[in-house]
Design a binder for this molecule. Sequence first.
Ligand code: PLP
Length: 424
Amino acid sequence: MYSLFTIHDLRFTGFCDSLFTIYHLPPQMIYLDNNATTRVAPEVFDAMRPYLTDVYGNPSSAHSLGRRMKSAVELAREQVAELLGAADPGEIVFTSCGSEADNWAIGGFLEQNPTRRHIITTRVEHEAVRNLCEHLAEIGCEVTWLEVDGNGELNLDDLHQVLRRDTGIVSVMLANNETGVLFPIDKIGRIVRENSDAVFHVDGVQAVAKIPINLKELDVDLFALSGHKLHAPQGVGALYIRSGVKLPPFIIGGGQEGGRRAGTSAVPNIAALGAACELARKFAEHERIEKLRNKLEDKILGTIPNARLNGTPDRTKRLPNTANISFEYVEGENILLHLDKAGVCVSTGSACHSTTKESSPTLRAMNVPYTAAQGSIRFSLSRYNTEEEINHTLAILPEIIGKLVEMSPYDKELKALYAARGSA
Ligand code: PLP
């Protein structure tokens, strides 16, 4: 059914060849790039559809249509709070995306507390935190970057050492977008509470809906999430703000979101985010996804000699849907293009630097050698992946890697590596 060289041809159907090419994903497309974004779930689309069609008032309007829109927003707030284990739905504020939530958490804290300019974060944060902190360092904040080891893990003693009474904010992700490595935010929160007056922000964008979260039980003050990572559409996110934590509004204007974030609420998107959280709360197949990921990872590492895992081999410390694997001495971009041609979507590290030639800062921080980092591929699964799709990916990948190995200029290094690890 899936031939490496014919699927590509199915993807283009000409309507008027010289002027337009209409791009269709082939029905067979295998999507293993769910950490980049996810498909909108049909149930989620059903939940948002009325607010795009029949119910169209402004949620701030007093008439009945407006009130229905407002109810949809408040229901979604409850659904998000429930999934996160927040103590009160009022702790959830809707944003336009995860990046906005991260920017608001850190930037807002600094605006509220201009004298507490010491920030602690990690070397492997998503750009939404990393680039913001780099910018803040340029404009006079003091940023301490926690290093990770070769497995992508933090040493909590380092945090103990750099935490000061005057530290303003500690920002640590829960799950790494590239490797899926989980940081122990329970322990980190406790250390922050016991040793400082700092506020603890968690970028939870990649973790929500993939692992259980109970914010009531954690020393977390701020927590960012993004709808499009959990089968809601792009363009909606949320920031959890623990009761008692003060942030100035991110957008100043009307009184929406209790005056905390102005701008007419994106009701269809917010309703979708609520429905996606509800869907995630009821999802009972995490184990099936994890088994598929394990099969994919084990077979690749066991059969392709130049494959090596990025991120801790201890699967209890990684997201259950993510496998980041380097194919040494070949270009990740070439692997991606060949897989794409064969109908399989993956990414090279994070989708955000797919336009640059630099290897990912996360893999650099883990000291992954350049010749391995350049060949890294992230496979990320979702509820919609099937065993047949994993089997198919496993069936075509060795041939693709084999061809690229033959073309690689690193033939001496590859020969030595294949001799040491056995041939494919
Ligand atoms: N944080 C992490 C860990 C992410 O993976 C992403 C997106 O990939 C973001 C933040 C940004 O989220 P958004 O795309 O909704 O702005």
